[in-house]
Write a new protein. Structure first.
Length: 173
């Protein structure tokens, strides 16, 4: 029996509320590999993301995020990145050697997903969906830059999307 020289790795990127965590867990189960959510790792090591932003700023957070992404890529598995991870050039460079799935979602579908707190970039006076659209527009080219393929999570059940991603990953080893 031969083993791969490197662990199976698949990275999920996309805007807030695209389903990266939900889909990622399902994909990892189907591929029988670990699931790593880099935002959750950052929170475990450094505290809540809104507090990191407030105390140290976005640049500091992105440096923590880049380190978390690098560590996750070393481990392998299905890795879900925070929505803004692609804004960092160093993080984008880390992704170049790996299969990256861009999960996209329509503004109409995202409206019901972004209720509640915990998303510092959506906080403030502006309507959260309008703010989400602006952030997505700012980041869209970076998602496209790092993506090996794109899946839309707007209308299909997350389980179906996960199955399609597993099929794609098995065909692109």
């Amino acid at each position: 029996m031969t083993s791969e020289a490197e662990p199976l790795t698949l990275v999920l990127v996309g805007p807030m509320a695209a389903g990266k965590t939900s889909v990622g867990r399902r994909v990892a189960r189907r591929l029988r590999v670990a699931f790593i959510d880099t935002d959750k790792r950052i929170v475990a090591e450094h505290g809540p993301i809104p507090e990191i932003f407030a105390a140290h700023g976005e640049e500091h957070f992105r440096a923590l995020e880049r380190a978390a992404v690098a560590a996750a890529l070393e481990e392998g598995g299905v890795i879900s990145l925070g929505g803004g991870a692609v804004t960092d050039a160093g993080t984008r460079e880390l992704l170049r050697a790996h299969p990256v799935v861009f999960l996209t979602v329509s503004p109409e579908s995202v409206a019901g997903r972004i209720r509640g707190g915990g998303r510092p970039l959506l906080a403030g006076e502006v309507d959260p969906v309008e703010r989400w659209k602006a952030i997505f527009a700012e980041r869209r080219d970076w998602y496209d830059e790092v993506a090996s393929t794109t899946f839309d999570t707007s209308r299909l059940p997350m389980q179906r999307i996960a199955e399609d991603i597993v099929t794609w990953r098995r065909e692109h080893r």
